[in-house]
Design a protein around this ligand. Sequence first.
Ligand SMILES: [Zn+2]
Length: 360
Amino acid sequence: MRILNLTRELYNAALQERREAWKKAGKSVTLYGQMRLLGEVKAVRPEYQGVYAQVLQETLKRLDRAFQGFFSRVKRGEKAGYPRFRGRGRWDSFTFPQVWREGNWVGPGKPLDNGKVKVPGVGHVRIKQHRPPEGTPKTLTLKRSAGCWYAVYVCEVEARPLPPSEAAAGLDLGLSRFVATSDGELVSPPRAYRKAEARLARTQRALSRKKRGSNRRRELKRQLARQHRKVANQRKDFHHKTARGLVNTYGIIVHEDLNTAGLARTRLSKGVLDAGWSSFISILSAKAASAGRRVVAVKPHYTSQICPECGGIQKKELSERVHACECGCVLDRDVAAAKVILALGLDGALGDGQRVAAPA
Ligand SMILES: [Zn+2]
């Protein structure tokens, strides 16, 4: 708690300094200017001497990132909130920015055998691990959430190119089936995940029926926060596994561009998994880049209406699950769409962009 309070206080003081320098003198204060003053802070406030220097520097960097984000949003003409002072409830973590150097643990980073890490000023903290660690550890963040401390390591994965592959796949992203591939593979979210999601929805409904300020409501709110975290972790895990499988199998992966307004209108508002698509695509793209494989986005363009065999338009209602064309092509609806997406991607990436029918 002590470090949490000290870093929060430092953050607020540094923000105050930047605001005043700008208001009074029209001057902007730089990150390095503020880092140089850390020595003075320690002289005046001895309690800061007990905190790792890098933790304090990282706190100032966090503020600097907040300002950079603010300025770039202003530049782009977006709505931009000026960085804010952080109250107790709005400051829940601090970070050791370097826990590994030249093959060795440095600072307090080394995990103990019991799945915990010993942090000076905090004690033994449970390590939160969603996947087996990959790559080299980089930072360690101590986070307080719902009354407990967690330790989270961020690792850096070096690029590990896979052997080149000619295999290509199109992906159709959906709700009940998360992914359908042009090879006919259907990937659904795991049962445990769907159950957890249903539980979350029930808690949400129960919460809305409880009186404001009641004990029961507070308890439900805590439950809801826990369930949210759990669902988010399960989803992330599922995304990583699915992306890993695809990147291992295919040299080129084509998907519909999620940033296109058309897709947003027709589909993105339809379910809870939606928000997951863009995070899945960024995980997929990162894994592909690291493995030397390609991910191609194509404009969604009647992909669910075109026949992948003959290129004709085959109008379907959303409820029709089978694509059955006059040309004799009968396919699962999502698989048919994935084949069209693949064809669009291969044309865009390799061909003249005119042809619509998929390669045989
Ligand atoms: Zn057809």
